[in-house]
Design a protein around this ligand. Structure first.
Ligand code: ZN
Length: 249
């Protein structure tokens, strides 16, 4: 039975970082029961535990969309547009997946509507590839957004965008403890990355949606970076993928 109102952990860009994902979900549960997990794509790619990460997510009532790394891992999409390190990780990941894990990733939609939210990895203009980072891109995305709010990932950055009355977009950076109250204004929300932070802070991040309070709260979480690094090195993946986790770059 689904109870209402719900508390939902919103994660993105987990990238096979099992320790990062587990730390995020533990943190979300520390403040009260979590009813569901929403994932904004890039479940796999980069780190060395794709199967375990998929399994950990599937323990939850899960709503998820596909990211570019998920599609590459299924071999549905080639790796021509990836940098060499990302391509190496994608090909390695493809070799690790079971048929059922591959089928799970293949089944992920590119966009999905759940109540008042649209979920997409990149943007509604280009669901898999666009890094939504400027006001023009946000305005184009809002023009395609049929729900009051949308949830995106891909850039691994923590922020939200508010649509002003005149149709322009205002960006706001979020950090640990940032609370956003859902109201009249249409919004784009990015929880950052639960697996590979890129803003110079090595802590992973997520957003907790509290339906009763109508709030979104960003959280940064310390996790066992060494465990993820050890797994990456043991798998023979490019060492840079382990090193970067220490600096969050
Ligand atoms: Zn990503």
């Amino acid at each position: 039975m689904v109870r209402w109102p719900m508390r939902i952990a919103i994660v993105s860009d987990v990238h096979s970082n099992l320790a990062g994902l587990r730390a995020v979900l533990r943190d979300a549960e520390a403040d009260g029961a979590v009813d569901a997990v929403w994932c904004l794509g890039d479940i796999v790619g980069y780190a060395a535990e794709p199967s375990q990460t998929i399994a950990a997510l599937r323990e939850w009532p899960l709503t998820a969309v596909a990211g570019n790394h998920d599609l590459a891992a299924t071999r549905l999409m080639g790796v021509e547009d990836f940098n060499p390190v990302a391509a190496a990780a994608a090909l390695w990941t493809a070799g690790q997946l079971s048929e059922s894990e591959r089928a799970f990733l293949l089944d992920l939609p590119l966009t999905l509507v759940s109540g008042r939210f649209t979920l997409v990895h990149g943007s509604l203009s280009d669901p898999v590839w666009e890094y939504l980072l400027d006001e023009g891109q946000a305005a184009a995305h809002f023009a395609l957004q049929a729900t009051p709010y949308s949830l995106i990932g891909h850039s691994h950055l923590l922020f939200w965008v508010e649509e002003r009355a005149d149709g322009t977009a205002a960006f706001h950076r979020a950090d640990d403890g940032t609370v956003l109250r859902l109201g009249e204004a249409r919004l784009i929300i990015n929880p950052g990355s639960a697996g590979q932070p890129r803003d110079g802070d090595p802590r992973v991040s997520y957003v907790l949606y509290d339906e009763a309070a109508a709030t979104m709260t960003w959280h940064r979480v310390v996790y066992d970076i060494a465990a993820t690094q050890t797994a990456i090195r043991a798998a023979g993946l490019p060492p840079f993928l382990a090193d970067r986790l220490a600096t969050g770059r």
